[in-house]
Design a protein around this ligand. Structure first.
Ligand code: 0X9
Ligand code: ZN
Length: 305
C-alpha cells in the first residue's frame, strides 16, 4: 500500500507498531527493550510463524543514524512483507517457520525526531555531553569493539563522536543487553543504513579477516549479483574496513565478537545523487533490493545452523 511508500514521523511509527501488534496478534509480539536518552521507548517487533518450532532467531535494526530515513522505511517494509506473504512466498515462510525475527524499527528515536523537526542531516543520538555544548553520540561508534580507535572521534562536536565509554548510551546498552541475553538463539545480525549501496560484514574496526571471511564474502557476492540481475543496481560488497573505511565501535563488529557469526551492515540506496534525501518514490525498489539480500543470507544461515 501507499503507506509503505512514504517516510513516516516517529509518532506515526509508534502508532504503526501498536496497530501491527493488534492486527496480527497471532504472529507479532512487541517487546520494550529500553529507552532513549530523551526517554522514548525502544520497541522490538518479534515476528514468528504459526508453525514455528524455534531454535533460532535473527535480528534487524534500522535507524541507528537519524538522517538515514530509508532504514526505518525498510524495517516497516520488511514487517509488512513478512505478514502479507507468510504462506504465500516460500522464502519468507521458511524464514518465519525456522526463526524468530526481532526488528528494531528505529534504534535512534531522539535523533530521528530531530531530523523531522530541526536538522534533516543529524546523525547521532541527542544525549547531552558533559562539558560540551555539542549534543549527541554516534551510536555506531559506541559499541565495545576497538572502541574509539582510528575512524571514530573523541570530540563531542564531531559526527562520529564515540561517547564517554563503550555502551555509554542507553540506546547502545538496550540493544547490547538484548543481544547478550539472546545470544545463543540469534544466529544472524543485520543493521540497516544508507547510503552507498554496499553489503558489508566484519571487521570494520580492524583490517583483520574474520575466521569465516570466505563464507561471508561468497554470500554477499551472491546477494549483490542477484540484486544486479533483478533490479539492475550495483552493490559493492566485502569486509567493511577495506570496502568502506575503518570504523571502530560498530554494532556489527560487536555482535560478531559476541558470537553471532553472520553479522552484516547493509548500506541501501542510493550512490550519492540524492544521498540521505532519497525521494519516497525510491522506497519500494530500495527496500526490495535489501529484502532480496536479507532472504538469501537468512536462508543460508538456516541451512548452516
Ligand atoms: O560509518 C558507519 O557507521 C556506516 N556508514 S554510514 O554512512 N551509514 O554512517 C558503516 C558501518 C559499517 N560498520 C561499522 N563501522 N562497524
Ligand atoms: Zn549509517
Amino acid at each position: 500500500g501507499v503507506f509503505y511508500e512514504r517516510y513516516h514521523s516517529l509518532e506515526d511509527i509508534y502508532y504503526w507498531i501498536n496497530k501491527t501488534n493488534q492486527d496480527h496478534s497471532d504472529m507479532v509480539k512487541v517487546i520494550l527493550i529500553g529507552s532513549s536518552s530523551e526517554k522514548r521507548p525502544l520497541y522490538v517487533i518479534k515476528l514468528s510463524g504459526r508453525r514455528n518450532e524455534v531454535k533460532r532467531a535473527m535480528w534487524i535494526d534500522c535507524g541507528i543514524h537519524a538522517r538515514e530515513w530509508i532504514a526505518p522505511a525498510f524495517c516497516m517494509w520488511f514487517v509488512k512483507y513478512a505478514l502479507a506473504f507468510y504462506n504465500r512466498n516460500s522464502e519468507i515462510t521458511e524464514m518465519l517457520n525456522k526463526m524468530d525475527i526481532y526488528i528494531l524499527t528505529v534504534m535512534n528515536p531522539d535523533g530521528y525526531k530531530y531530523t523531522w523537526t530541526t536538522d534533516r542531516m543529524w546523525r547521532k543520538n541527542r544525549s547531552v555531553n558533559k562539558d560540551s555544548d555539542c549534543a549527541g553520540v554516534d551510536l555506531n561508534r559506541n559499541f565495545d569493539a576497538n572502541w574509539c580507535t582510528k575512524g571514530a572521534s573523541d570530540n563531542p562536536c564531531d559526527p562520529t563522536y564515540c561517547g564517554q565509554f563503550p555502551e555509554s548510551e542507553p540506546e547502545t546498552q538496550a540493544v547490547a543487553q538484548f543481544l547478550r541475553s539472546h545470544k545463543d538463539k540469534i544466529k544472524l545480525y543485520l543493521s540497516i543504513h544508507s547510503y552507498s549501496q554496499m553489503l558489508l560484514f566484519p571487521y570494520s574496526c580492524s583490517y583483520d579477516e574474520v575466521p569465516n571471511h570466505n563464507e561471508l564474502q561468497e554470500l554477499v557476492k551472491e546477494a549483490s549479483t542477484k540484486i544486479r540481475r533483478y533490479y539492475g543496481n550495483n552493490y559493492k560488497y566485502g569486509a567493511a574496513a577495506k570496502t568502506i573505511y575503518l570504523a571502530p565501535g560498530g554494532s556489527d563488529d560487536w555482535a560478531y565478537n559476541l558470537g553471532i557469526k553472520y553479522s552484516f551492515t547493509f548500506e541501501l540506496q542510493d550512490r550519492g545523487r540524492y544521498g540521505f534525501l532519497l525521494p519516497p518514490s525510491f522506497i519500494p525498489q530500495a527496500c526490495n533490493e535489501a529484502l532480496l539480500a536479507a532472504k538469501i543470507i537468512a536462508l543460508h544461515v538456516i541451512k548452516k545452523t
